[in-house]
Design a protein around this ligand. Structure first.
Ligand code: PRX
Length: 656
């Protein structure tokens, strides 16, 4: 969606209703009034270092205290200099010396209905064993471990085990293809992989180990693979390569169940997570230890108003940043109980999410607008069948939530009783940046409302000048914050260029936004060539490179079009190699090709054939025009520079 489209849409949105925090909720909340929030926020942006130093001392347990809060040599930040800390010790050990030790850390349910509960003590033992196994495979601090797992407790155990010994993990979403996995392994030079024989999704097995085997034919840096037996015989024959592949139950279970946590420097690299940018190649976002942990910890506590008796369910996969910060690190650092579910929300039927909430008495649900919209489509009869009164708070993340979906979420799921927090943030920001604090800030359907503590956001024009109230502009962050990315793996130039050069002196988010009279932020979506499909970031260029790597394709242009459920759908305009006639067969082949090279999440919704793509005289593809065509809109774009008007006529015809 372009900035112009967004402006057109949001300008017709009324400054709709707002919902004040329920009185009883506010009374019990960590931050319980607008005045309290404003006071804290003002102080936090006036003296960020004082604010963050205090939070870091209060919320984290240090092996060695830090000496200096921040060193900022734009665009490079170092936080909590001189400090030593271990993330797994903060998520586990510190709770195992209190009554929390026998509290459930993870309540897990597999898609077939099997269940497991791990207390904090159990989790610490499993993490220690896995950490010892990784060490025995030669893993050293700073090494990269690639994790390609279903949503089973071992995924979190593996992540925490890496942090225990100072290794970096890079979790690759299980829906990515073997090619995408190989690219990521190669980019970071992964030494070890952790995977499973498969995982359950919609009643079928996702063949993870088979994909790993294919990926490893192309990613030679990986020397060892740990394989969890999850699906057993249902997964068919699993090939274990001698000397390279080890079953988890052989390599991990026999290890000692204690492991001294590595004393990591505050700025020791913690993990890498690949995400799409506006170029063809995904970028490895680098996060470091103390700052990231502080962001995840304090935002979990305040945005979700976490209390000791909560059952917190973030439905994201650990393959995305939401799964890192709000399935694993944030809640566990706070000593909370999390629910983890392996499978699809509609298996065996659309009642699954709601049945899990009833069964485990979930109190906080954090999910994505696309999931909410799918549930709306499935019908109220599903949630209405279940007792959802345990819920006290609802959250949304990943894409703009339309006010109608917000209202449904509040009413049908939250019984008009639960505050709804629409949280804006990014892989790069590490933790939530704009969101109401639920006991303090009134919630407005469709708006992420106010900046989180310590976040100095602004909306500016391309020269960095703040725009007026209710005017659209670029969302930027003016000051460094502890959980900010520290770079792009192996590409310092791209880090500077992408985030710190587009607008002078500030962090550029890539999102358009406006701020209303009440100071609420309305996120309008990406202003670059990044699509947001079902809350997943995909670069149009990544899909274009996949298409042109197919032998039939001469040229391709990919754009998004509004989609009622997925937010955006993927439309590809393709011109075929000379002599080839468009056909349904080629169309199907191309869709399958994109799914194979990137993953099923990138499968195009539509492929349109064109003799040529519309270009300006200087040779640039006219994307805005294509977006209009894809969405079935009259184009607002000036076509006077179009190279060949016949191209446009052909594209329109294809539409009929
Ligand atoms: O465009 C914004 C959108 O998702 C992008 C970040 O994607 P990713 O790094 O994959 O992280 C997703 C989960 C944090 C943003 O640049 N986005 C995320 N949350 C919201 C959102 N757009 C509108 N409202 C949100 N609450």
């Amino acid at each position: 969606m372009t900035m112009a489209d967004d402006l057109a849409i949001t300008s017709v949105l009324k400054e709709s209703r707002s919902f004040a925090p329920p009185k009883a909720f506010a009374k019990a909340a960590h931050v319980g009034s607008l005045a309290a929030y404003e006071k804290l926020w003002k102080a936090s942006v006036k003296s960020p270092e004082t604010f963050w130093a205090k939070q870091a001392k209060e919320h984290l347990q240090w092996i060695k205290p830090f000496k200096k809060t921040l060193e900022w040599k734009r665009p490079f930040a170092k936080w909590f200099i001189g400090g030593k800390i271990n993330v797994s010790a903060n998520c586990l050990d510190r709770h195992c010396v209190t009554a929390t030790r026998n509290k459930a850390a993870i309540i897990w349910e597999g898609e077939p209905g099997d269940t497991r509960v791990l207390t904090y003590q159990d989790l610490l033992r499993e993490v220690s064993k896995c950490a010892n196994a990784l060490r025995s495979l030669g893993v050293k601090p700073g090494d990269r471990i690639s994790i390609y797992m279903p949503m089973i407790p071992e995924a979190i155990i593996a992540m925490l085990a890496c942090t225990r010994i100072g290794a970096m993990h890079t979790v690759v979403f299980g829906g990515f293809s073997s090619d995408a996995l190989a690219d990521r392994n190669n980019d970071c030079g992964a030494k070890v992989m952790i995977t499973a024989d498969g995982g359950w999704r919609k009643g079928a097995v996702v063949p993870l180990k088979v994909n790993v085997d294919l990926a490893l034919e192309k990613s030679p840096t990986v020397k060892s693979v740990l394989v969890v037996k999850r699906v057993g015989e249902a997964g068919g024959k699993i090939t274990m390569k001698a000397g390279r592949d080890f079953w988890w139950h052989d390599a991990v279970d026999s290890m000692a169940n204690t492991c001294e946590p590595y004393a990591a420097d505050s700025e020791h690299p913690l993990f890498l997570l690949y995400t799409s940018g506006s170029t063809g190649k995904p970028k490895g976002i680098v996060h470091t230890t103390a700052g990231y942990l502080l962001g995840a910890t304090i935002s979990s506590k305040l945005v979700f108003d976490l209390k000791a008796d909560d059952v917190f369910w973030c439905t994201a996969d650990v393959g995305w940043v939401t799964g890192h910060s709000y399935v694993a690190y944030g809640p566990l650092s706070n000593g909370a109980t999390i629910l983890m579910y392996e499978g699809a929300p509609n298996f065996p039927d659309w009642g699954r999410l709601w049945s899990l909430i009833e069964k485990y008495r979930v109190s906080i649900l954090y999910t994505a607008p696309t999931a909410i919209r799918s549930c709306i489509r499935a019908g109220d009869q599903w949630p209405n069948k279940y007792d959802l009164t345990s819920l006290k708070l609802l959250g949304s993340v990943g894409e703009p939530i339309n006010p109608a979906a917000w209202m449904w979420y509040r009413k049908v799921i939250g019984g008009n009783r639960c505050p709804v927090v629409d949280t804006w943030w990014q892989t790069e920001t590490g933790s939530i940046m704009i969101s109401p604090l639920p006991g303090a800030v009134s919630q407005v359907p469709g708006s992420a409302t106010k900046p989180f503590l310590g976040v100095d956001a602004e909306i500016v024009d391309k020269n960095g000048k703040p725009v007026g109230k209710n005017s659209g502009g670029f969302l930027v962050i003016k000051k460094p914050w502890p959980s900010m990315l520290r770079g792009i793996w192996g590409d310092e130039a791209r880090y500077k260029e992408q985030y710190w050069s587009q607008i002078p002196g500030v962090y550029f988010t890539g999102d358009g936004a406006r701020r209303d009279k009440a100071g609420n932020y309305w996120i309008m979506g990406r202003i670059d060539d990044v699509l947001n499909v079902s809350g997943h970031r995909l670069s149009t260029m990544e899909i274009e490179s996949s298409l042109v790597s197919h032998e039939c394709v001469a040229e391709a242009a990919v754009v998004g079009r509004p989609d009622e459920v997925k937010g955006e759908g993927i439309v590809c305009f393709v011109s075929l190699q000379g002599g080839l006639a468009p056909s349904d067969k080629i169309r199907d082949q191309l869709k399958a090709h994109v799914a194979k090279t990137i993953g099923a999440l990138a499968r195009p919704d539509e492929i349109r054939f064109a003799e040529a793509l519309p270009k300006t005289r200087s040779g640039k593809i006219m994307r805005r025009l294509l977006r209009d065509i894809a969405a079935g809109r009259q184009s607002t774009q000036d076509t006077s520079t179009l190279e060949d008007l016949a191209v446009l006529a052909n594209l329109r015809q294809e539409e009929d």
